[in-house]
Ligand binder design. Sequence first.
Ligand SMILES: Cc1ncc(COP(=O)(O)O)c(C=O)c1O
Length: 347
Amino acid sequence: MLTGQFGNASSIHHFGQTAKQKLESARRDLAALLQCHPTEIVWTSGGTESNNLAIFGIVGEGQHVVTTAIEHPAVLEPCSRLDVTVVPVGASCIVDPDDVRKAIRPGKTALVSVMHVNNETGVIQPLDEIAKVAHAAGALLHVDGVQAVGKIAVDATVADLYSVSGHKLYAPKGIGALYVRKGVKLQPRTFGGHQERDRRPGTENVAGAVALGRAARMIFDQGLPSPELRDRLERGVLERVPFASVNCAGSPRVPNTSNIRFEGIEGEPMVIALDLKGFAVSSGAACSSGAVEPSHVLTAMGLSKEDARSCLRISLGRSNTEAQVDALIEATAQAAHHLHRLAPVHV
Ligand SMILES: Cc1ncc(COP(=O)(O)O)c(C=O)c1O
């Protein structure tokens, strides 16, 4: 798409029309995966833009938004610029629909924004019940589905708006989409041409959209990942490291993400030790790695700052193998025991 078929999808000449066909075919493929109509898909530059478009595009002057303490900054930050109520969570990392109900101000709350899957713990939220609560109070539901698509079955129509990010499902960075239910009045956040049915002006990223459509079709054809490797990893680490525990082990979780706490040791040196052995893991949200602050998700769940700092997030991909997982178990156990011996609390 970048070299052979580089037309602008808004042009009427044949280069443009070829690009337009590819763009619309990709839209159909993504819509099929999300179980919605292609005209309900708006292309964006990624999850952050989708979330901002959904939130600022719905919540108007003098209106109120409800969100949760475990959202990604791409939801928390836009909401913090509005009249917002942030719903807490407990150790399970599951949002209680009743807490959402209590936070809603009927007649004033325009939007409830809750993520489908938490990016640090992998915990899946009870969207059906949250949608009922929001709709009963006359509010719309926006779902940040960035960590759900490609990991679990998604029916975006559970919500009124649903955010997708390409790079979480094997498409490149810089492409995303927002599902907008037919009939929902979304105010654009940028102004210009009439692309994307006036919801997101600007020449579309055709190559990115085609890649996202292809990724959606791959998931559709190949099916969803199973939790076998994740379970093998957790079993192996728990067997080898007596001071390790899996966060939210009892909550419904996506099959590829594991958040493990290593009591008494810091996550950062674990990340470095594993990196040196070729494993890319994270000690918090990847977006904030480098910052010393402990994860806002884990502290919202009630972990102390020290405990939150002693957690590792490990995500498995479609190409990972049993042998790689076994090597990771070995490397993790070695690093954990080494750091445990050095940790000041244990000397
Ligand atoms: C839950 C969640 N929402 C939003 C985003 C932001 O998406 P993007 O990087 O496409 O802007 C991320 C990125 O990690 C995420 O995990």
